[in-house]
Design a protein around this ligand. Structure first.
Ligand code: 6GU
Length: 277
């Protein structure tokens, strides 16, 4: 998989060399390139922003550097090239990249979207700053490639860089070979196809007693059925406490009698057809 990141702050992406991502990069599992948007400016001050039409606070990113950056990274429009893999500046054979634009006005970034992105051969991330990028950039890019404006949640960051780090980490760990242990992906709380979104319960390791606090006996019992049941109880309780809207979406058909008792004890009774609340 190939990832291109366009930003006015390439230094933000130093963490891509660390830990899991650094290893995936060094192993060649993921090719990541960070590009300074100012390379595609031509004035003395390397200007990337200007005042918004219609007035209002802050600044807007100018379209020209973005247009040139995307042109430079992507194959030219038109019939498929016959010139082999290197045709089209930076192109990846006949592959068209998918463009991801982080913005608080975007569609939610979810585990399902991370799974989708992890299956793409080529992603380009366009990090906006200030009040955002001139809208014509996304409009024009859509003519040539799939474009998603994506948000991490209902809060506002100062720019897209940190959001892209978050997305790249979520995506990369889903690329086959990046994580050692494939189960840690399929067990994810929000793994699509898990059908049931339960938060993970608490975890413990040695020593068995720490500062007078013992690890729950059941986890040391060797009784795998009892352990699985206990973990599910904890997951149900934590989901009700921290994410009642997820608990409300549980399919009653997936809940056995014991589940219903645990939910009722947590103040979240199941009414048969639909969840209460
Ligand atoms: Cl993707 N970008 C910015 N700037 N702020 C955000 C965000 C993205 N997601 C939540 N807040």
């Amino acid at each position: 998989m190939k990832l291109d990141i366009i930003t006015i702050f390439p230094d933000y992406f130093a963490p891509l060399d660390v830990s899991l991502l650094g290893k995936a990069r060094r192993n060649g599992l993921i090719e990541m390139n960070v590009h300074d948007l100012r390379l595609w400016t031509h004035d003395r001050h390397r200007t990337v922003d200007d005042t918004p039409y219609g007035g209002g606070p802050g600044m807007v990113m100018k379209p020209e550097p973005w247009g040139e950056a995307l042109d430079a990274l992507t194959p030219p429009a038109g019939p498929p090239s016959t010139g082999g893999d290197q045709a089209g500046g930076g192109g990846l054979g006949g592959v068209v990249p998918r463009l991801v634009v982080p913005t608080p006005s975007g569609r939610p970034f979810t585990q399902a979207l991370a799974v989708e992105y992890a299956a793409e051969p080529w992603l380009i991330f366009a990090c906006g700053r200030y009040e955002g990028i001139d809208s014509r950039v996304v409009e024009e890019a859509r003519v040539r490639m799939r474009v998603d404006e994506v948000s991490l949640g209902d809060f506002v960051l100062a720019g897209g860089e940190v959001a892209v780090l978050v997305m790249v980490e979520a995506i990369s760990r889903l690329v086959p070979g990046v994580l050692g242990n494939f189960d840690s992906v399929t067990d994810d709380s929000f793994a699509p196809g898990a059908m049931e979104s339960l938060l993970e319960g608490p975890v413990y390791t040695k020593p068995p007693v720490w500062r007078d606090r013992a690890v729950p006996d059941v986890l040391l019992s060797g009784n795998h059925g009892a352990i699985a049941r206990w973990r599910r109880d904890q997951a149900l309780r934590r989901t009700v406490a921290n994410r009642p809207e997820l608990a409300a979406r549980l399919d009653p058909g997936d809940l056995d009698k014991h589940d219903r008792q645990v939910l009722a004890d947590a103040g979240f009774p199941v009414d048969g057809e639909h969840m209460a609340h």
